[in-house]
Design a protein around this ligand. Structure first.
Ligand SMILES: Nc1ncnc2c1ncn2[C@@H]1O[C@H](COP(=O)(O)OP(=O)(O)OP(=O)(O)O)[C@@H](O)[C@H]1O
Ligand SMILES: [Mg+2]
Length: 235
């Protein structure tokens, strides 16, 4: 069984269903990427995996545990960390306070150690730790958001468009850090608008269209697929 297994997810926000029999699985230490057009339901699928959506059908398991009925907070305790697409930092709090908020649910004594790991991963975050997070550049803010999620010591890190609004160089750097996180054994599930670049670092890719799985394959196979290229990757 996969480390994360979200199968047959069907549901929406109370009106018509947005997700239709959508399935996403991620193996341990793997980078899985979800791409697809605007409005395809990528963020909705992430919310469903994290327990922010009432599914009419479907099952979510992590490490073999059925967590379908659990709240987002309970899923954090099961090892999920989620960085939403928007409002993913507290802009009027300092960078360090943002990281401390991430550790809010932890009861162990090694919080400083995790913070040091975040600072090692993102030196710019350390440098700005006493500034308000809202004063940082877009790329630095995304680093804070990822760092905040890492403070819970997740086994699965879920990122909704981590490179939104950043330059190609900053995107490349962020992807390098994400690869580093995956190599440490943390599974990554990431939605990306920069589809081509994201599939290049993906072990597995999902193309979602209108709330359904349209294509699922290795990142490389999707990049090589003429239909996927023409329709979703700009040729
Ligand atoms: N809170 C909400 N309440 C009602 N409908 C919503 C809500 N959020 C999203 N939707 C609808 O669900 C559908 C899928 O939206 P979603 O945000 O999941 O798409 P997406 O693939 O993440 O798009 P984007 O690439 O623009 O981020 C859209 O039709 C959207 O209008
Ligand atoms: Mg979205």
């Amino acid at each position: 069984m996969s480390f994360l297994s979200a199968t047959h997810m069907t549901g929406g926000y109370g009106g018509a269903d947005i997700l239709h029999d959508c399935s996403i699985t991620v193996e341990r230490g793997e980078i899985a990427v979800i791409v697809g057009p605007n409005g395809a339901g990528k963020s909705t699928a992430m919310k469903a995996v994290f327990g922010m959506l009432n599914l009419r059908k479907g099952t979510v398991t992590i490490d073999g545990d059925d967590i379908t009925a659990l709240s987002p907070q309970e899923r954090v305790h099961k090892g999920m960390g989620f960085v939403p697409q928007t409002h993913n930092i507290f802009p009027t709090m300092s960078v360090e306070e943002n990281l401390e908020m991430g550790a809010f649910t932890r009861t162990d004594a090694e919080i400083a150690e995790t913070m040091e790991q975040v600072y090692e991963l993102f030196p710019a975050v350390r440098e700005k730790r006493h500034q308000n997070a809202g004063e940082l550049s877009g790329g630095q803010r995304q680093q804070v958001a990822v760092g905040r999620a890492l403070m819970t010591r997740p086994k699965l890190l879920m990122l909704d468009e981590p490179t939104a609004g950043v330059s190609p160089i900053v995107m490349g750097e962020l992807f390098d850090r994400i690869i580093e996180v995956a190599r440490s054994g943390i599974s990554i599930l990431m939605v990306e608008q920069n589809a081509r670049q994201a599939l290049e670092i993906a072990d597995k890719g999902y193309v979602l269209v209108q709330g359904r799985n349209a294509y699922t394959d290795t990142g490389q196979a999707l990049l090589d697929d003429p239909d996927v290229r023409r329709t979703f990757l700009g040729g």
